[in-house]
Design a protein around this ligand. Structure first.
Ligand code: 9MR
Ligand code: ZN
Length: 547
């Protein structure tokens, strides 16, 4: 089943909330019209007329574009945007247009669960998977063990601590920043009705797995995967042993994984404390132990040992993971040892402090932000530097946003593997800036990336499965491919355009402007895979939009 074609008019397929900005992109090569109108479907009447904005040469897509701005239209209802006789896309104005998407995107994590029977409804289900686990020779231990759960990382069934770190960290941050949107979110998961809110119960599924990858000495193994990727089969049919994998030499565990775990467990200690004190204590103890190990082993980087070909999440620099751990541990405990470590690792006074959107290999901004967001007093000078650098980074994104025909915040160089998550994480940056200094423009700009992801892009595609009227159909995702159901598993974000190549299909594409370097092709894992660290900023952004 192919997603229907779109032409000419590009907007958020879920629509808009009444009081926010509402802008669609019109591709000028598709029409000679310069006027647009909005028709109310319910009233069968034109309720808004406007003129398209200045023509614009959009470098990211190569398109001549123009903006149809109908922000002034505020009445809730069903509408259609019309430009000449282009096929008008329906959209709605509603008070919570993204509530369903938030729930779907978060249930997407439930769908990724390993070691547990999963049933999302609609036939999207699988029995328990990957129970046969063992220590790999590279871990420094031997013997078998039973599965400890976690989320399948992406289109593959591996589980990786580094990537789990930023994913669960981002989700727990959303919990701390947007409790109104998440506290009562009902996910219909096995734990529903228990003592944890559903959102925290889902995140805990992966935290428990992460904890199981911590050795008794405090160090954390890098990942648990088979030695190589399995075929495109359902998870319960994958009979390859799921190994805990280490570096292959003493001390076997890796600094980045350990730093990430310490950071995330320190956050978890804050989030779970009022629901389950014992679990929160366990998380904090793990964080402290991980931190101590990382301090003693600050430079153990991970590369795939020779017999292993699953994802490496290899990161040559673990200073940022340690920085994040120190800042979260300080925020949770207030203890001077952690703050001292954080402050002394910050760039010296006078040196530039750079704030960028975080990604799995660079979590420094998460460290800075948790320090500045902490209720604790801290070092006022350090806090001020972080604040300034964040506001500066946010205003650069806002400036760039005004220069993009499809209204995202991406630079031409941001169209990399997982670019949709770059957009999501840039929205996260904007949201933090808004927390530091309330700013309507920062909030609107953050939302613009959601509009881009949900249809205001040069393909007119929604990059979230089963969300919007024209969602992509062929993710690189084993369960979606092997389940015998045409439509893919719901609530999952495509990696998105990637100008850098990385798989055979992508490498054969004709070179085009970077936003065009995407295909809805199941084989193209560097363009159209899904991943937990891409869904996490999507959930964050949707939580912000629903707060
Ligand atoms: O998201 C990762 C991306 O930043 C890297 O460039 C790419 C190649 O190393 O790997 C991506 O991560 C993949 C991981 O290694 C294995 N599971 C699927 C991930 C998403 O494609
Ligand atoms: Zn599994």
């Amino acid at each position: 089943e192919e997603a229907g074609k779109s032409a000419g008019i590009f907007l958020n397929q879920l629509g808009y909330s009444p009081f926010g900005a509402k802008q669609a992109t019109v591709r000028l090569s598709d029409t000679t019209q310069r006027e647009f109108q909005v028709r109310s479907v319910t009233q069968d009447a034109v309720v808004f007329k406007g003129r398209l904005g200045q023509p614009f040469s959009d470098a990211a897509s190569g398109d001549q574009t123009s903006v149809a701005d109908f922000s002034a239209l505020r009445a809730t209802g069903e509408y259609e945007l019309q430009v000449g006789n282009l096929p008008g896309d329906p959209f709605q104005i509603a008070t919570q247009p993204y509530a369903g998407a938030l729930r779907k995107a978060m249930r997407g994590f439930y769908g990724q669960r390993c070691g547990c029977a999963v049933d999302l409804g609609g036939g999207y289900k699988h029995p328990v998977c990957h129970v046969a686990s063992a220590y790999h020779a590279t871990s420094g231990k031997s013997g078998s063990l039973t599965n400890h759960g976690g989320w399948h990382d992406a289109g593959d069934y591996g589980r990786y601590v580094v990537n789990s770190g930023i994913s669960t960290g981002t989700l727990l941050w959303a919990w701390e920043l947007y409790p109104q949107a998440l506290r009562r979110l009902s996910l219909d998961i096995p734990e529903s009705g228990g003592k944890l809110p559903d959102y925290l119960a889902e995140v805990r599924w992966n935290l428990e797995w992460m904890l199981s990858l911590q050795d008794t000495d405090g160090g954390v193994w890098h990942k648990q995967t088979s030695e190589h990727f399995c075929d495109f089969i359902m998870p319960q049919d994958d009979s390859l042993t799921s190994y805990i994998i280490g570096t292959g030499e003493v001390p076997y565990k890796s600094t980045c994984a350990t730093g990430d775990l310490a950071a995330v467990m320190a956050i978890a200690a804050r989030c779970y404390g009022s629901y389950d004190a014992a679990f929160a204590q366990r998380c904090l103890a793990a964080a402290r132990k991980g931190w101590a190990w990382a301090v003693a082993h600050p430079n153990v980087t991970f590369r795939n040992p020779p017999s292993i070909s699953t994802g490496a999440y290899g990161d040559e620099h673990c200073g940022d993971e340690m920085l994040w751990a120190s800042a979260e541990l300080w925020r949770t405990t207030g203890e001077p040892q952690y703050e001292k470590a954080f402050l002394s690792a910050m760039p010296a006074n006078g040196a530039t402090l750079t704030i960028t959107e975080p990604d799995w290999g660079n979590v420094a901004s998460m460290a800075y932000w948790t320090y500045v967001l902490a209720e604790r007093r801290g070092d006022p000078g350090a806090k001020e530097r972080i604040r300034e650098a964040t506001l500066r980074a946010a205003s650069l994104l806002m400036e760039r946003n005004r220069k993009n025909g499809y209204g995202n915040t991406l630079a031409l160089t941001d169209y990399i593997w997982g670019s949709n998550a770059v957009a999501g994480n840039q929205s996260l940056l904007l949201s933090i800036a808004d927390h530091l200094q309330a700013d309507q423009a920062a909030r609107e700009t953050a939302l613009n990336n959601l509009h881009y992801i949900l249809g205001r892009n040069c393909f007119g595609v929604s990059w979230v499965t089963q969300v919007g009227m024209r969602p992509f159909q062929h993710p690189h995702h084993r369960s979606s491919a092997a389940d015998g159901i045409a439509a893919p598993w719901p609530g999952l974000l495509s990696g998105g355009p990637n100008a850098g190549g990385g798989d055979a299909v992508a490498n054969q594409m004709k070179k085009q402007p970077p936003m065009r370097m995407w295909l809805d092709d199941q084989r193209a894992y560097s363009l159209n895979e899904i991943a937990i660290n891409w869904n996490a900023p999507l959930v964050f952004l949707l939580a912000a939009a629903n707060a």
